[in-house]
Design a protein. Structure first.
Length: 368
């Protein structure tokens, strides 16, 4: 392929680093809001507030006039319009759509920068790979959003949709870190593998949380640390974790037995303790301000989980619990970024062949 500069083609102007950084941070804020709105929508049982997708009863907003309500009833006679359920769902969709457009803008800026001759990594910024992955992920998320409605809140799809939202938020934050969104955090080198293990634990716990919420098992155990006054109550793990359960007809309110929901809730609690100890251990290893922040986040998240049980799942606390999980993930990604870039700006030691030789014969022949 001919070099566009050598052939006289006009060079593409690279976007400013501040513009890319600002757009990435705006994406992080918007993705965090979408995650919180998704949690709120689930918690108020508004996931099927609009029985179709991407519109609502065939309209781009919630039908309100007498003519629109009549048309909605004719289209969906088994799903009467409930504005208090439809509006949370549509607001979530509006913001999710905005996030999708923003990720395309993130990719466009990265494409312009690399087309202008910037290196794929290093001082001039990251390459196109991560923004391209973001765009693909957001498109897949749109499909899962549609399936959430058309498959009537099938728990497998709802949980996957939740994980996709967290993945979108995490990738945007990594992109922002690569663009220098925050001052280079300090961490001990050599912790990257440990951080990855803890991230895996947190992602598994988020998946358990999504499975708990989508199967309406959050209050399967109304007490803590026991469950219905027992350390090991009757549980049905086979049904509780049957990922091949039949689709439909409608999972609003849950379709599992009490024993199956208890199995899910108890497993989520065990995961919470594992997450607490793993993140606390990592915070101790990291040390400093970054380790202290990580310890504070995981402690607050564990406390919110306890409050959910003791206060019987109040809406504000439950929504904050979802936001806390997202914050914990971002903190771990920051620790991983710090661990993998520690010492990156330090000059590499000279090769052995280029190091000055020390004349040991002179020191050994000194007079006594």
């Amino acid at each position: 392929m001919a070099d566009p500069l050598a052939s006289g083609a006009p060079r593409v102007a690279a976007p400013s680093r501040s513009a890319e950084r600002g757009l990435a941070l705006a994406g992080v804020a918007l993705a965090a809001l979408v995650v919180a709105l998704g949690a709120y929508t689930r918690l108020v049982d508004a996931g099927l507030g609009c029985p179709d997708w991407p519109g609502c009863y065939g309209f781009i907003t919630v039908p309100a006039s007498a003519q629109e309500l009549a048309a909605a009833e004719a289209r969906f006679p088994d799903a009467p319009v409930e504005p208090d359920k439809a509006w949370p769902e549509m607001v979530h969709r509006y913001f999710a759509s905005g996030l999708g457009l923003l990720t395309f803008a993130v990719l466009a800026l990265a494409w312009r920068r690399t087309a202008a001759g910037a290196a794929p990594s290093g001082a001039r910024g990251p390459g196109r790979g991560l923004p391209m992955a973001l765009v693909v992920l957001v498109i897949v998320q749109g499909a899962f959003g549609a399936w959430t409605v058309t498959l009537k809140l099938w728990p497998q799809v709802v949980t996957a949709h939740l994980l996709g939202g967290f993945a979108t938020l995490g990738l945007l934050w990594v992109h922002a870190l690569q663009l220098g969104a925050v001052k280079q955090p300090r961490s001990r080198p050599g912790l990257a593998v440990a951080v990855r293990w803890v991230i895996a634990v947190v992602v598994a716990q988020v998946a358990l949380g999504g499975w708990t919420s989508s199967n309406y098992a959050a209050l399967a155990c109304p007490d803590f640390p026991l469950c219905h006054g027992h350390l090991a109550p009757p549980m049905d793990f086979a049904k509780g974790f049957d990922i091949f359960q039949d689709i439909g007809p409608n999972y609003l309110g849950g379709a599992l037995s009490s024993e199956a929901r208890i199995a899910i809730q108890v497993t989520h609690r065990i995961g919470a303790f594992i997450t607490l100890f793993a993140a606390a251990w990592l915070a101790w290893r990291v040390g400093g301000a970054l380790g202290g922040a990580l310890a504070g986040i995981v402690a607050a998240q564990f406390g919110l989980g306890l409050a959910n049980v003791w206060l019987q799942l109040p809406l504000a606390v439950a929504t904050l619990h979802n936001a806390g999980a997202a914050t914990l993930l971002l903190a771990l990604l920051t620790v991983h970024f710090a661990a993998t870039t520690a010492g990156a700006g330090q000059p590499s030691p000279a090769p052995a062949s280029e190091r000055p030789r020390v004349d040991r014969s002179a020191s050994s022949s000194r007079p006594a």
